[in-house]
Design a protein around this ligand. Structure first.
Ligand code: PFF
Length: 453
């Protein structure tokens, strides 16, 4: 039996849920490291280029598809053209697969929120993380690590509780509570970061341009990857969320608000974090480069070290930082699950709770695998392939499907303009039909060349 579609209570509820999806681990843990790795200040140029030529246009494309066709990814694409339904499934599958390891990193963050009380990690933070926490001594086994598993299970139980409710009672309410708290926590982190001695050195590292990096295609690939992941576009999430928005609500304005809120948050977090990294470098008498050059483990090895060194309120700032990661990640993980849940409900007409039992159950099982040493080995690789191929290809095909094979991009533009205060012009059509797909094809080509040829 067909059921009524879930619906956000207000447009603000929709924007909060969308911003909640966008702001996540990507902003606090991934962005600063990616910026540093890709030429520091010079990264800003490719980043904005990617944001304006691909991120925002595709975000609006997803909004218009979901809002006009009123369906999850597969249903919206089917209504666009039967041939493209599979693309919605592909996108929802990628989001679902990401949720498995995303939750494990969230689990680490929850453990570290707890360890922040009394800075339980001690002075050897790297040994603590790798040996005491992950238990990497017998690396390669698939035995779940209890210390990692317990927070993951707790978080899944909570996410299950949220997801069983209709979107406006679960996801929207979660965003309404957590987003304001997150903003306060971000302000605390940023102010603390920039007022520490040595902060200027860290900020110099973040903002000093290295223009030679612009000639490196990998820097551009990284910028596109970061913009998509961070804005949550290309995963059918925004199609799904927009399909829950009242038929007459504004789209263009909401899209711009969401995009700029996300980037604003990203910059503030980066400023606070690099300030703190400059402080640590000054304390340890080494260059900022040496401190930052830590990759994935940055947040869980270097931050505890910074927190140890703070002059006062160490535990408070620890809880604020790791708690912010947990809050930001929670409103994102629900948005990684919703595309699949909504897609299956649209296809089968099954009740929300039945589908949630399956999807959350399977995702939770997947994350148990990542919570083992062996699974951890694959986390990086799977993240890389899903994001660089799965995602870039999906986004390219979205542009091809709407602009080239069905030629509906003009209709979608009129749809946006009918409901929105801000009218979007020809630039959008040009971006979606030419600039975005051409850039994405070049990016994917470059990726393949560097990795396979
Ligand atoms: N945007 C989230 C982050 O920055 O952490 C991650 C994410 C959520 C990606 C939802 C994709 C998605 F559909």
């Amino acid at each position: 039996m067909a059921q009524a579609r879930d619906q956000w209570t207000t447009r603000t509820g929709f924007i909060l849920a969308a911003v909640g999806s966008a702001i996540g681990l990507g902003n606090i843990w991934r962005y600063p490291y990616v910026v540093y790795d890709n030429g520091g200040g010079a990264f800003l140029l490719p980043y904005f280029f990617a944001l304006l030529t691909a991120g925002i246009p595709i975000l609006l494309l997803e909004y218009s598809l979901g809002h006009k066709y009123r369906g999850s990814g597969p249903l919206s694409f089917r209504r666009l053209s039967k041939k493209w339904e599979w693309l919605g499934w592909w996108q929802s599958l990628i989001a679902f697969l990401i949720s498995g390891y995303y939750m494990v990193i969230l689990g680490w963050a929850l453990s570290y929120t707890y360890y922040s009380f009394g800075t339980q990690w001690g002075s050897e933070t790297q040994t603590f993380f790798l040996e005491k926490y992950l238990g990497a001594a017998d690396f390669g086994s698939f035995t779940p690590q209890l210390k990692v598993l317990i927070p993951v299970v707790l978080l899944w139980a909570f996410v299950y509780y949220v997801m069983r409710q209709q979107a406006h009672r679960g996801i929207e309410k979660l965003a309404r509570i957590l987003m304001p708290l997150l903003v306060i926590m971000l302000v605390i982190i940023t102010i603390r970061g920039v007022t520490l001695p040595g902060a200027a050195e860290g900020l110099n590292t973040l903002f000093t341009p290295d223009f030679t990096a612009l000639a490196d295609p990998q820097v551009w690939v990284a910028a596109y990857g970061q913009v998509f992941f961070s804005l949550s576009v290309g995963f059918a999430t925004m199609i799904t969320y927009a399909s829950y928005l009242n038929k007459k609500e504004d789209l263009a304005n909401s899209g711009l608000v969401a995009a700029f809120a996300n980037s604003g948050f990203e910059f503030m977090a980066a400023i606070g974090i690099f300030g703190a990294l400059g402080f640590l470098a000054a304390q340890s008498g080494v260059g900022v480069d040496e401190v930052v050059n830590q990759g994935v483990i940055l947040a869980f090895v270097i931050f505890p070290q910074i927190i140890n060194e703070l002059p006062f309120l160490n535990s408070f700032f620890g809880v604020t930082f790791f708690g912010a990661l947990v809050f930001a990640g929670l409103t994102s993980i629900v948005s990684l699950l919703e595309p699949a849940i909504s897609a299956i409900r649209d296809k089968t007409g099954a009740a929300r709770t039945t589908v949630v039992n399956w999807i959350v159950g399977l995702a939770a099982l997947m994350s148990v695998l990542y919570a083992t040493d062996g699974g951890l080995n694959y986390l990086d690789t799977i993240d890389h392939y899903l994001n660089s191929y799965g995602l870039l290809i999906a986004a390219t095909l979205m542009a091809v499907a709407t602009a080239w094979t069905t030629r509906k991009v003009g209709e979608l533009q009129s749809h946006i303009n009918q409901v929105s205060d801000v009218h979007i012009g020809k630039w959008w059509v040009i971006c979606v039909s030419v600039v975005t797909p051409v850039m994405l094809i070049i990016m994917t080509g470059l990726n393949i060349r560097t990795e396979w040829l």
